[in-house]
Design a protein around this ligand. Structure first.
Ligand code: B12
Ligand code: SF4
Length: 471
């Protein structure tokens, strides 16, 4: 039996549109860990092939005939995922979909696939395959939060050599529940940890020289979460598994010197932190009050992390109801003042399943609703709703303003110079330079996409009607 597992590209951000010689590409693609776990869970009487379209688009006509096709998708990949599903189903091949989008939009996904697996798939995937063989495939299989000891090591041997970073996961879920984030809706309210010995055993199997911990929040927020992270980092160092790694974490990463020291010793070279908003009102609107607890000083926090040779990438959200015109430049200046090594700005986007989606839908604010075609714009780089103080083009201008200021060549060089001072490590400096150049290049691609997509007439800001009187 032949199984094809597919990770679709998004034509709006697709690498396949980018010149193939561009050496930055390897830094833009990330191993699809979920599919590599499914490959591991697949019994040996199935021949498995994993295809990541981000490495080059699939031509369904020339692929060998499969007995089953499995497709994963974030929301922004759903448009292409459904196209692929249609191509394979037209050839009589059953298609099963899974992942975050199919879980959050089950009824929609069932209209495009023979079967949908919702939630985490470890507990149900062997049954799906057995049912295919028995000819008794069901429409829906409900996975769900699995016991963390059940997660097998991913098939790291597949797609080896194509990515700059390997990927691994130690925790699932997040103790917080920000209004714009789908993690808690998908992984459940409990923040769960894999047994450390399983993570260590899996780390030995990663082929790439650098590692991305895909965890949404590797360190968590409570004392016991942080104790787990410390034990994990100690075990990595003890076992000599100290290849460079990066992760996502909340800002409290900065608050524990021992944690930072253990992370750095075990190879931590960078952390991605969601700052989201510069104001208390903005953070409250996003349900992320956590960032302002204990009178948090962002700049001091960033510097404490950098003192350990760890670079900090910050992310911010644009278009919150508390944001006002000029916010793009304000964020760029604040990110510079905080001495962030990299920064990225996302447009406030209602992703299905989030509190934000429900709220904006209730208010009738979501206007990119020509589904599934419009899902491809849910990349957080495109406006998809109406915003309180910005029209679509004003929001795009704010985004461009941030990028012009933060990713100008002189600013990039200044940051790389600072990185050289605080890391004293040429490899980290090189990675910092490449990441900065990649962010600069990505936003140039976004601009091309903005130019192709005209704002719909209803893309006014919510305060548009009162503007003439204001003027
Ligand atoms: C790593 C990562 C990335 C990597 C991609 C890696 C990759 N190739 O998969 C990068 C950096 C490229 C990325 C990009 C984006 N990401 Co991202 N990303 C993640 C992250 C942190 C981890 C993904 C992961 O590996 N999880 C671990 C694996 C094991 O879980 P899984 O993929 O869900 O798979 C399990 C199940 O879902 C299921 N399953 C999955 N697929 C399938 C398929 C079948 C057939 C079956 C049966 C089962 C099944 O089985 C698996 C085992 O249980 C997630 C958060 C999260 N917790 O998942 C966000 C997340 C997926 N990303 C998100 C977003 C929004 C984006 C972006 C749109 C925006 C951005 N700038 O970040 C872009 C997308 C750009 C595009 N191409 O359109 C959102 C998606 C929400 C949504 N509704 O779409 C998430 C959930 C984060 C969040 N805070 O909400 N991301
Ligand atoms: S802290 Fe990050 S992962 Fe956790 S809920 Fe908020 S945005 Fe999601």
């Amino acid at each position: 039996m032949k199984l094809l597992l597919l990770n679709p590209f998004n034509p709006v951000v697709s690498l396949s549109k980018i010149q193939r010689w561009n050496r930055l590409n390897k830094y833009r693609v990330w191993k699809p860990l979920g599919l590599l776990i499914l490959a591991r869970l697949t019994p040996p009487d199935w021949e498995v092939e994993v295809i990541d379209e981000n490495l080059g688009p699939v031509d369904a006509q020339v692929l060998p005939r499969a007995d089953l096709v499995g497709i994963t998708a974030f929301t922004s990949q759903a448009t292409r995922a459904y196209e692929l599903a249609a191509l394979f189903r037209a050839r009589g091949v059953p298609v099963v979909m899974g992942g975050i989008h199919a879980t959050m939009c089950l009824a929609e996904a069932l209209g495009h696939a023979d079967t949908v697996v919702t939630g985490e798939a470890e507990s149900v995937w062997p049954q799906v395959l057995a049912d295919v063989q028995a000819g008794t495939l069901q429409h829906v299989y409900a996975g769900g939060p699995v016991s963390m000891g059940e997660i097998p090591p991913a098939r790291h041997d597949l797609l080896a050599g194509r990515y700059h970073f390997g990927s691994i996961q130690a925790t699932r879920g997040c103790p917080l529940n920000c209004s714009f984030c789908s993690v808690t809706a998908f992984n459940g309210g409990l923040f769960r940890h894999r047994p450390i010995e399983n993570v260590i055993a899996e780390l030995r199997q990663v082929r790439e020289k650098r590692i991305l911990f895909v965890d949404d929040n590797l360190i968590g927020t409570r004392r016991d979460h942080i104790a787990y992270a410390k034990d994990l980092f100690r075990a990595m160092t003890r076992e000599g598994l100290t290849q460079p790694w990066i992760c996502q974490a909340t800002i409290n990463f900065a608050d524990d010197e021992e944690l930072l020291d253990l992370a750095a010793r075990s190879g931590c070279m960078g952390v991605f932190i969601g700052f989201e908003s510069l104001t208390a009102e903005g953070l409250i609107a996003l349900h992320k009050k956590f960032n302002i607890q204990k009178g948090r000083d962002f700049r001091a926090s960033v510097q404490r992390i950098q003192c350990h040779g760890i670079t900090v990438m910050g992310s911010f959200i644009l278009g919150i109801d508390t944001d006002r015109p000029g916010i793009g430049a304000t964020i760029a200046r604040a990110a510079e003042d905080c001495r962030l090594d990299m920064a990225i700005v996302h447009i406030l986007t209602p992703l299905p399943g989030t509190a934000l989606f429900k709220e904006m839908e209730r208010q009738g604010r979501i206007i990119a609703t020509n589904y599934p075609a419009d899902w491809q714009y849910y990349t957080l780089a495109h406006p998809v709703s109406r915003y309180l103080h910005f029209t679509w083009s004003e929001l795009v201008q704010e985004m461009n303003q941030f990028n012009n200021l933060f990713y100008s060549y002189p600013k990039i060089l200044g940051r790389v110079w600072r990185m050289a001072i605080h890391t004293r490590n040429p490899k980290k400096v090189l990675l910092g330079l490449v990441t900065n150049l990649t962010c600069r290049h990505n936003q140039l691609l976004d601009r091309k996409a903005y130019a192709l997509r005209c704002a719909p007439p209803e893309a006014t800001c919510l305060t548009q009607e009162i503007r003439p009187q204001e003027d």
